[in-house]
Design a protein around this ligand. Structure first.
Ligand SMILES: *Cc1c(COP(=O)(O)O)cnc(C)c1O
Length: 495
């Protein structure tokens, strides 16, 4: 199977080329020529496999040129028990009668990004070999907090790679910032950018399209690659856990094989929910996909009206990993839903670039509303949700998961649809200690790292080991620059 660009179907790429390159030259995103369907009996078979085996099986359907043995060895390394503190890797926990949290944060950085970023380095290294690439991949990351740390952990000390992470100075939690500034490894760099996530992302996108810089680095033996969720190697490992969660629900007796479930995802860049959409296209029995946003509700408007409009105020919220106004992966949804119309997609993306707005045609609107529901929560609702579930069910959730759980509750109340629903739980509550503590009624909060102990004392939930270890680490990085200066930083880093 080949991969094509969402903006140009003429050129074909092997999976290894698509993964190594990250983004197509004209700005489009790589997509499989055809979404594979789950073969007859596949779900029955997957039910009896462990997570690593499920991952190898599902990814194998998309990756011609990668053997099953190879993929299984990557999955065993990526999801090993010294990296994940849950034997199921991505366990499904019952929240109430028909709601289940799919906990995606048991990995080394305590957010769902680990599910893909522990796998991507294996896929990328293998791709470089298959492509007979001799240059070193320089991975540039713009992060709203969790991707940066996830990518640093995944790529640290991986041969033939260097990784440089840019995060917005005013857009990440204290714990997230500390996680990045204390990063170890000989091939890593970390730098903060004045402004918000979109500033950091715009700055990094500019680096990718800077021909002069590309040429200079090429002479030094480097090429750019991406670990952001625009890379197909990020999306693919995420498809696995929705399929895995479904067969686990069957195993637990929560649904019968073949019954549809809804999936609700707290969404930012649209990568995680897109993976759920692909799982549905593959034949997983999924009813509605519910897209949950915070006050940056550009996707709520889009999915309910067909108008994407980024000309709106930007809010820093208590769920910072979703503070995004340009959801890059939506492009892949438009491509799939428009019947793979690359011209139409290019046109919408041009409008987004030039005037910051586009409106999809009626046919697309209809398809979108048949498949998606959407909603958003404000800050008070997010905190109330954390408190209510802690008090009622003794279940402690982070701010992003709370956005998902609340939007799911809104949806159930508004439609009466009480189909069994998987809510993606995207981060450990310990990553967002201050808000979680406030939500459950704590006052006089300490600063920084002491927050971890307070949350653990109050809730009797142990602090995840990787966060506990932060206590003994000193920051290594303290560079902060304007978004126009990123190329200087990169040139220095790769000197
Ligand atoms: C990245 C992230 C999200 C948003 O995921 P997308 O794939 O960008 O939609 C939600 N919650 C947390 C905790 C995250 O780190």
């Amino acid at each position: 199977m080949y991969y094509l660009s969402t903006r140009n179907k003429q050129l074909q790429f092997t999976p290894a080329q698509a993964i190594a390159q990250g983004l197509s030259r004209e700005g489009g995103l790589f997509v499989p020529q055809q979404i594979p369907t789950l073969p007859e009996g596949a779900l029955e078979k997957l039910k009896d496999l462990n997570y690593q085996q499920r991952a190898a099986y599902v990814m194998g359907l998309y990756l011609d040129g990668f053997s099953q043995e190879e993929l299984l060895s990557y999955a065993e390394k990526a999801y090993s028990d010294d990296k994940f503190d849950a034997p199921e890797v991505a366990p499904v926990r019952k929240l109430d009668e028909n709601t289940y949290c799919l906990e995606l944060w048991h990995g080394p950085t305590c957010a769902f990004k680990d599910m893909a970023l522990q796998m991507l380095p294996h896929l990328l290294s293998a791709s470089l070999k298959k492509n007979e690439e001799t240059r070193t991949a320089c991975i540039l990351v713009a992060t709203s907090g969790d991707t940066g740390k996830g990518a640093l952990e995944g790529f640290k000390d991986v041969d033939q790679t260097r990784i440089m992470v840019f995060y917005p100075k005013d857009g990440v939690s204290e714990i997230q910032e500390l996680q990045m500034r204390t990063q170890e490894g000989r091939n890593v760099g970390v730098c903060s950018v004045v402004g918000n996530f979109d500033d950091a992302q715009t700055g990094v996108k500019r680096l990718f399209s800077d021909e002069q810089l590309r040429e200079t680095l090429n002479e030094r033996g480097y090429f750019f690659s991406s670990a952001n969720s625009i890379n197909w190697g990020r999306v693919l490992p995420q498809i696995v856990y929705y399929i895995s969660a479904y067969v686990d629900l069957v195993k637990q007796g929560a649904v019968s094989m073949g019954d549809a479930v809804n999936i609700c995802v707290p969404t930012g860049n649209f990568g995680n929910i897109l993976a759920a959409y692909y799982a549905k296209l593959m034949g997983l029995p999924v009813g509605k996909l519910i897209c949950a946003s915070n006050s940056n509700n550009v996707l709520t408007q889009f999915l309910t009206t067909g108008v994407y409009d980024r000309n709106r105020p930007f809010y820093n919220t208590v769920s910072p990993s979703m503070d995004i106004l340009i959801s890059s992966n939506l492009e892949r949804l438009l491509y799939a839903m428009s019947g793979e119309d690359a011209e139409l997609v290019s046109d919408y993306m041009n409008q987004l670039n030039t005037v910051g707005r586009y409106e999809v045609n009626d046919e697309l609107k209809e398809k979108i509303s048949a498949c998606f529901a959407a909603g958003y929560t404000d800050e008070a609702q997010t905190k109330d949700t954390i408190r209510a579930h802690w008090e009622k069910h003794g279940y402690l959730m982070d701010t992003h998961t709370a956005v998902g759980v609340h939007v799911r509750e809104q949806y159930r109340a508004a439609t009466g649809d009480s189909t069994v629903t998987i809510v993606a739980s995207t981060a450990s509550p310990f990553k967002f200690c201050d808000t979680v503590l406030e939500s459950i009624g704590e006052t006089d909060l300490p600063d920084g790292i002491a927050l971890l102990d307070r949350l653990s004392e109050v809730t009797h939930v142990p602090t995840p080991a990787p966060l506990e270890k932060l206590k003994n680490k000193r920051p290594r990085f303290d560079l902060c620059v304007e978004k126009e200066q990123l190329s200087d930083v990169v040139l220095d880093f790769l000197n």
